[in-house]
Design a protein around this ligand. Structure first.
Ligand code: TXA
Ligand code: MG
Length: 325
């Protein structure tokens, strides 16, 4: 796909490549890194100029703060002024992994990373290549998803090619196994607010933290910017339908179903998980949306998935992909 982009930038994560990326990141360059959730567009979090290039490359508005990726608790200490008790439990249980925590920031964390907020979002990814790259750079890496702002999230190195001209390298760590972005949480006054549903489910958060947990979809919390109603959007129009629902003119349309082939004939159909496994569905979600979006079709119809576990994160992304496009 995307043959007009410079695919020479994609490199396998050899020792030499990882060492070189560490130097490039320290020099202020951008590198696309694999993570277990989605691919990230990374820069040295303590280099405001490098972080500014992220916004430029993604065409991202500057009110949308970045997540800092760390490989050790020393790095957490460089970023966060304090870690509340229940958040500490979540970190111990889910790091490294697809959980981002919003914490009061240390003063020297650049405003461009936090959009001027008093808090910073931090996560320790579990992807071994991500961890090696952060260690090699020897600094926390600010990294949003490696897509153009508002577009489909990248779960394979090729998906980051529209950013190729802005980056020194795209590191190939294989398909992202989780497939949807991290769960973002913030502890306020004895309650855990889920600012974005993701790879860790609300049930798991509640059980581990021992606190009540509130899901803030399209939230109006003043300190939860960036969660826009329209996001993750393919080029084609997306319409959500119920399982098994029939549509008009399926022959011109693409279809993404949860588990069962439809009885109508669509131009192209993809099945997320024949065995109805929501985790498998999440891991294929953006890959299949990219694939259907590259077809000529009038509309991409997408079946809703059950609203439980990681299905909550899938439906969150699908509603945004379908919002007025
Ligand atoms: O899985 C992920 O989290 C991926 C990979 C690359 O790690 N990253 C990712 O980043 O999804 P991005 O930029 O697409 O989403 C970051 C979101 C922002 O839109 C914002 O909603 C939230 O994180 N965020 C960042 N800093 C925040 C803060 N201080 N307070 C509240 N929300 C914050
Ligand atoms: Mg994103």
């Amino acid at each position: 796909m995307d043959s007009h982009y410079d695919s020479n930038k994609i490199a396998a994560p050899t020792e030499e490549v990882i060492a070189e990326c560490g130097s490039l990141l320290r020099e202020g360059k951008l590198v696309v890194i694999p993570t277990e959730t989605v691919y990230g567009l990374a820069a040295n979090a303590f280099d405001p100029k490098a972080c500014a290039r992220i916004f430029e490359a993604k065409k991202r508005p500057d009110f949308d703060p970045l997540i800092c990726h760390i490989a050790s608790f020393e790095m957490l200490d460089q970023l966060a002024a304090q870690v509340p008790a229940a958040t500490q439990k979540l970190i111990e249980k889910f790091w490294p992994g697809p959980l981002t925590v919003v914490l009061p920031k240390k003063e020297h964390v650049p405003d461009i990373v936090t959009s001027g907020l008093a808090t910073v979002a931090v996560r320790m990814p579990s992807h071994p290549v991500a961890l090696k790259l952060i260690q090699s750079a020897a600094t926390p890496l600010a990294a949003p998803s490696a897509n153009l702002f508002g577009k489909l999230s990248p779960t394979r190195p090729e998906h980051a090619l529209p950013l190729a001209e802005h980056v020194a390298m795209i590191i190939d760590g294989g398909p992202s196994p989780v497939g949807v972005e991290s769960t973002i949480v913030r502890e306020i006054d004895g309650k855990i607010h889920i600012l974005r549903p993701g790879g860790i489910t609300p049930e798991e958060i509640e059980k581990t933290s021992g606190l009540e947990c509130a899901l803030e979809e399209h939230n109006d919390l003043p300190d939860a910017p960036g969660q826009l109603l329209s996001h993750y959007a393919p080029e084609h129009r997306v319409r959500l339908i119920n399982e098994g629902e029939r549509v008009e003119t399926p022959e011109d349309a693409a279809l993404l179903v949860f588990s069962r082939m439809p009885d109508q004939h669509f131009k192209i159909t993809k099945v997320l998980s024949p065995e109805r496994d929501l985790t498998v569905a999440a891991s294929r979600l953006f890959e299949y949306l990219h694939l259907l979006d590259s077809e000529e079709c009038s509309t991409i119809y997408v079946e809703k998935v059950p609203l439980r576990g990681i299905g909550i994160a899938i439906m969150n992304r699908l509603k945004k992909a379908a919002y007025e496009n």
